[in-house]
Design a protein around this ligand. Sequence first.
Ligand SMILES: Nc1ncnc2c1ncn2[C@@H]1O[C@H](COP(=O)(O)OP(=O)(O)OP(=O)(O)O)[C@@H](O)[C@H]1O
Ligand SMILES: [Mg+2]
Length: 583
Amino acid sequence: MKSTLVRTLGFFKPYWGLLLISALCSAIVGGMDGAIAYLVEPVLKKIFAGKDTGIFLLVPAGIVTLSVVRGFARFIYDSTIKQAGQKAIQDIRNSLYASTIRQDMAFYNRKATGELMSRMTNDISQMQEGIGQVVTGLFRDLISAVSLMGVIFYRNWELAIISFVVIPATAYPAQLIGKKIKNASGRSLNVMGGLTAILQETFSGVKVIKAFGLEKQTIASFQATNLEFFRQIRRYIKYESLAMPVSEAIISLGVAGVVYFGGSQVISGRMTPSEFFSFITAMVMVFTPIKKLQGSYNVLQRSGGAAERVFHLMDERRAIVDRPGAADMGRSSGRVEFRNVSFNYGGEPVLRNISLVAESSRMVALVGPSGGGKTTLVSLIPRFYDVSKGAIFIDGLDIRDVTVASLVSQIALVDQETILFNESIANNIRYGKPGANLEEVAEAAKAAFAHDFIQQLPDGYDTNIGDRGLRLSGGQRQRICIARAILKNAPILILDEATSALDTESEQMVQKALDNLMVNRTTFVIAHRLSTVLHADTIIVLEQGRIVESGSNDDLLKNSSLYSRLHSLQFSDRNAGNPSDEP
Ligand SMILES: Nc1ncnc2c1ncn2[C@@H]1O[C@H](COP(=O)(O)OP(=O)(O)OP(=O)(O)O)[C@@H](O)[C@H]1O
Ligand SMILES: [Mg+2]
């Protein structure tokens, strides 16, 4: 908890100038409270003495002056500290996003997207509230409490001691309630994470919900989670509402004691009435900042929990980082070698003792039954995951010995899932080469057979993809992804089922685009349709994580093997259905 606080405050460091200004102004505001309580005594004394009539003019003028000065200081104080708080929160959010987006694939497999979104939004807002309220009030309340206590002790230290026995007594229940609040708000934020997850999944998967008529069911599960959220938040509300009355009740004991003992001191003449009033004024005034400080404590508990979760996520260890002294590998020739590579996602091995070589500019095809490990195998090349055993080399360099950035720059990936962002088409292609000019973009699009259809769109290359690219066909999306890969111009190309979602016509177009892309690149192709891989230099058959066969199409057909079984199955089927498909 303490380190969380220190860490949060660390984010204020760049804004120390603002903090300094606000600290000064808060000292004025807080000190003013003490001054007002102190001045009660001399003013009353003069009034009671009844001789100085001028005081009747001075008092109202004094009240106005004091409150104008106090108000001005408060304005400066509030606005500067809030600004600093907002800036610090902005930095925290930026830094959380940056550390999260740099995480490796294993991290994203572990975490639900909704949970991550909830950390970025709900937990950060909770922190923001904490910082806003606590930092704003803390300074001022602390100073005004201290100055008022000064007056109290100065006026009558015996009475002060009696009354301050009461304040520590309020601390214990406050702490107890604070803990409850922290737990309850932690639970409610977890449920809120679940809620965000449902939103994210159902909005992005709305097609399935419609197709299967699952609206009712989805609504019910949303309502159930929402109800759970209400239950958790209700507890939290209960504890928070309890905090004030409990501390007020305890404080009233203190006030009662003071009035009783102070009153008897005045009656016995050991204290003047003006001193007593000054004392009582300070006493009454001091409870406001003290109650506020206790309220701040509760907010601190709540936002402290949120901050802990935020920092926890920020600190999550990254498995895939540059080794110290990792070199930039420059531009490789694209020779890829797997040497005795085994891999598991944490459980059973998914790849077992894989050794293979893809010579520069050659094409390697991976085929085999679903779940055989094809996608896993290629995802080891850009280090989405690190091998469990063995090693992978590019141009003889272990890929763990070079910088991740230079490794990734060797590889262009076209996946079955065509991921386009909600931006213009040109910008989507530019992900392949940030900063590329429009000519380069169009050149890549032409090679990807995408130029023509892009030009026919209302805004051409400036057309926005729209959320999830709903306005484009599967083949068109795929060709945009291919253009992106062409623009990247990397020596190694990975095509994972890049044509599997397409009909024959668009497949031919995409295939032509891919042929353009494959020239002079080492290519790994994964395809269920063997027509795509017939002309590969090497075909590797993967089954249950093992290479069971490898060789050229002709080599493999000679043996009565899994490959020839797959081959005869596919081509007898296709020939019967559509003879023109014969490769
Ligand atoms: N992120 C993951 N976490 C845990 N296990 C995984 C993960 N991804 C894949 N697997 C498992 O690894 C094995 C190989 O999966 P992989 O996706 O590599 O197969 P594939 O050959 O590409 O299959 P397909 O042809 O269906 O795409 C499967 O048993 C799968 O369940
Ligand atoms: Mg796969």
